[in-house]
Design a protein around this ligand. Structure first.
Ligand code: NAD
Length: 476
């Protein structure tokens, strides 16, 4: 596939390409241009030229185009899901959910198209004031490989509905779904240059986009370390920035919780998308009085997960997305018992058998008796490994839950309103769930505290992030 710049499908200035590999089979699926600094600059120019026309288009008309695109995405859901599974690795059912999520988010923002406007503010003894909201100009979105379609929608929905133009840089291992979705938007009538996609290395294309003086806003999703680099570069240009970074979400299971529901929640919360979800359950904190029974029940469910190529029937968990992630998980688990970092209850190896022999597969893994200083609790484990910690009571669970530099999500599982309330008040996280984990919705603000980032996506407030507010004061 080619990049999309100024409404044209183009190769990179360098003439070089990068291979896109199916993580389940190791096969080459396609090649994309290896973009350069010049390509990034051309895309910003294209977005800049398109800006005045798009900003002058009525919000309702902009929404009409995005609605049309969302409709086509729904019609093509199966085809798009196959592409997503082939480049990302997730099971086809999860890929279909994600493609639907893309359409849902776009439609949600289309619904808000008539709603953003300034305010009238009476000013005592002086007169009155009003505010005007205007799009910012050229924005940049940099996205990861774990949910490329959904995260694309989180960024392009509010940016485009509010009248900005955009340059999006996909992750290096998953650009194909993003490029295909961009061509659906173009076919739906999005003017040339309004949405541009530049593929290529983050250090080159990503940094060039962040540094470009014509870019007014950056919305970044990825690792905390990369986010800090992006923030540094953005600060020197005084640019608006949203950072959606990693997490180490705790799941607190109290002794009065519905155990069957909590076991199912932990299973899905950790192993959905092969554990590669920013708000996955990354630390399981269970009251010690129920820990034995809980671990036994969870072990049985984990052992039953069917691992394989996401394109095949009845697969619960696909491979990790890329070699770097696979090597990280293997290295993390190697010798864990010898290092006294926990006891492997089930999993812990690369699966055997021909179905998994050529991909980046790893067994769904449950590790019990994990000590506080273990890497499993300190790092963001982005893969199918779930550490379990036994806690005495709610106070200890909350102390352990907050013992992290991250603050993305957290869940508390209890039937007690008092315990739930204490959890809502004391857990350091941007999103807290009661008796569920992972659920997100376009209507609900999403984002983290601490090293999990700055700003929020989703919900009506995300639109404000893409608008400049001007105040006018009138003396009477
Ligand atoms: P990553 O930081 O390696 O890459 C993210 C994107 O940044 C990619 O497009 C990459 O090419 C680009 N990039 C890399 N170096 C760059 C640089 N110097 N300047 C500009 N761009 C650069 O992250 P990843 O491995 O692709 O994704 C996994 C991470 O994303 C995890 O930490 C996960 O928790 C996080 N994530 C967060 C959220 C959220 O909403 N909070 C959602 C999904 C994923």
């Amino acid at each position: 596939m080619k990049m999309q710049i100024g409404g044209k499908a183009v190769d990179a200035c360098s003439g070089e390409f990068s291979d896109i590999i199916n993580p389940a089979t190791g096969e080459l699926i396609d090649r994309v241009p290896r973009g350069t600094e010049d390509d990034a600059a051309m895309a910003v120019e294209a977005a800049s030229s398109a800006f005045s026309g798009w900003a002058a288009t009525s919000p309702q008309r902009r929404a009409g185009i995005l609605y049309r695109a969302a409709g086509t995405v729904r019609q093509k859901k199966d085809e798009l899901a196959v592409l997503l599974t082939r480049e990302q690795g997730k099971p086809l059912t999860e890929a279909k959910n994600e493609i639907e999520g893309f359409a849902n988010v776009l439609e949600y923002y289309c619904g808000l198209a008539s709603s953003f406007h300034g305010d009238f503010i009476p000013v005592p003894q002086n007169g009155y004031a009003f505010t005007i909201k205007k799009p910012l100009g050229v924005c940049t979105a940099i996205i990861p490989w774990n949910m490329p379609a959904l995260i694309m929608a989180w960024k392009i929905g509010p940016a485009l509905v509010s009248g900005n133009t955009l340059v999006l840089k996909p992750a290096s291992s998953t650009p194909l779904t993003n490029l295909t979705l961009a061509s659906v938007l173009s076919d739906a009538g999005l003017p040339a240059g309004t949405l541009n996609i530049v593929t290529g290395p983050g250090e080159i294309v990503g940094e060039s986009l962040v540094k470009n003086s014509k870019v007014k806003r950056i919305s970044f999703t990825g690792e905390a370390g990369t986010g800090k680099r992006v923030a540094e570069l953005a600060a020197s240009g005084m640019k608006k920035v949203t950072l959606e970074l990693g997490g180490s979400d705790p799941m607190l299971v109290c002794d009065d919780a519905n155990l069957e529901a909590a076991v199912a929640g932990a299973l899905r919360g950790r192993f959905y998308n092969c554990g590669q979800t920013c708000t996955a359950v990354k630390r399981l904190l269970v009251f010690e009085s129920i820990a034995e029974e809980f671990i036994k029940k969870l072990e049985a469910r984990v052992r039953n997960l069917r691992v394989g190529n996401g394109m095949h029937e009845n697969i619960d968990m696909g491979p990790l997305n890329n070699r770097r992630q696979w090597e990280y998980i293997k290295e993390l688990i190697a010798g864990i018992e010898e290092k006294e970092e926990g006891k492997i209850v089930t999993g812990g190896r690369v699966p055997e058998g021909s179905a998994c022999s050529r991909g980046y597969f790893f067994e769904p893994t449950l590790v019990a008796d994990v000590p506080e200083e273990s890497r499993l609790l300190k790092e963001e484990v982005f893969g199918p490994v779930l550490p379990v910690v036994r806690v005495k009571d709610l106070d200890e669970a909350i102390e352990e839950a907050n013992n992290t530099c991250y603050g993305l999500g957290a869940s508390i599982w209890t039937n007690s309103i008092d315990r739930a309330r204490i959890g809502f008040e004391q857990l350091n996280a941007g999103i807290i769930w009661l008796n569920q984990h992972l659920k997100v919705a376009p209507e609900v603000p999403f984002g983290g505290t601490g090293e999990s980032g700055i700003g929020r996506e989703n919900g009506p407030d995300a639109l404000s992030e893409y608008l400049d507010l001007k105040t006018v004061m009138i003396k009477t």
